[in-house]
Design a protein around this ligand. Structure first.
Ligand code: G
Ligand code: G
Ligand code: NA
Ligand code: MN
Length: 250
């Protein structure tokens, strides 16, 4: 048996789970929403990183079905949250280029009842390498449905700045490799400060990833970053814990 065959089986059993990592406003640490993250616990091997199984799914033509399944799970869970918080979902470039993502999203919203205003799609810069016209068309249609678009891992790809000009983003997520260095690397400090400023000037919501120290929050507050995500606020957690966190919060 191969990992791909086991993944296929897990997909059929709907055994791939979704966990959720909180995001909060920098100003007052108030919860704004969650990012959905796929989780697979292999029956013998234990937890497999999504980096690994998502790429297997892409390679073996399973990402379309997997993406649809995860989106449906995440949206129906978010529909039942005690507050109308945001839900961010990662979408693989394959889902944008080789499937009708717009139709999948439309159907999912319809069947789960989730308000499109609560949904954000996170994409990575690797999309730029592909069919730009098609990507642009898909993103425009999603935005016309009131869904927001986030550029994930900003700063790590090849063409961050051209992507900002080419695509209709609402949100910029600064990659955590920059945030983790701001306390000891003056260049990382300046880069993050500048990206926050750039994002603000371009009217993006700027989200800092990988916030895991109070000094990160202090820095982000001083420089006007809007939102944050990271282990200090919470690790990715199962759905039951999300409900408790929302109910406990302000
Ligand atoms: O959860 P973790 O930090 O291990 O995630 C590792 C990587 O896997 C991240 O880059 C994340 O974007 C990606 N990932 C997690 N869940 C999904 C998903 O549902 N779809 C896609 N396309 N990528 C995901
Ligand atoms: O590529 P993407 O940004 O979607 O990746 C999300 C991944 O980052 C998840 O696997 C999540 O577990 C991880 N992550 C989120 N916050 C932190 C953090 O504060 N520190 C570290 N080391 N990893 C984090
Ligand atoms: Na992401
Ligand atoms: Mn990211």
């Amino acid at each position: 048996r191969t990992l791909a065959a086991d993944l296929q089986k897990a997909l059929e059993d709907r055994a791939i789970e979704v966990h959720f990592q909180p995001k909060a406003r920098v100003g007052d640490c108030r919860l704004t929403g969650f990012e959905a993250l796929a989780r697979w616990t292999h029956p013998e091997l234990g937890p497999i990183s999504p980096v690994e199984f998502i790429s297997i799914a892409e390679e073996y033509g399973m990402i379309i079905e997997l993406g649809r399944c995860l989106m449906e799970k995440a949206c129906s869970i978010a529909y039942h949250w005690p507050r109308d918080l945001q839900l961010a979902i990662n979408v693989s470039p394959v889902q944008i280029i080789h499937t009708d993502l717009v139709e999948t999203v439309r159907e999912t919203l319809l069947t789960t009842g989730l308000n499109p205003k609560r949904l954000e799609i996170e994409i990575t810069e690797s999309l730029l390498i592909g069919d730009t016209e098609r990507t642009l068309d898909v993103l425009r249609k999603l935005r016309a449905m009131d869904i927001s678009i986030a550029m994930d891992d900003f700063g790590t790809g090849y063409s961050s700045l051209s992507a900002l000009m080419a695509f209709p983003f609402d949100t910029l997520k600064i990659d955590r490799s920059f945030i983790e260095k701001i306390t000891h690397n003056p260049q990382a400090y300046e880069i993050v400060r500048s990206v926050i400023g750039l994002g603000r000037m371009m009217d993006f919501k700027v989200v800092a990833e990988g916030v895991d120290m109070q000094s990160h929050i202090d820095f982000l507050r001083e420089h006007g970053c809007s939102e944050m995500q990271g282990f200090l606020l919470g690790k990715p957690m199962p759905a039951e814990q999300v409900t408790r966190l929302i109910e406990a919060g302000p």
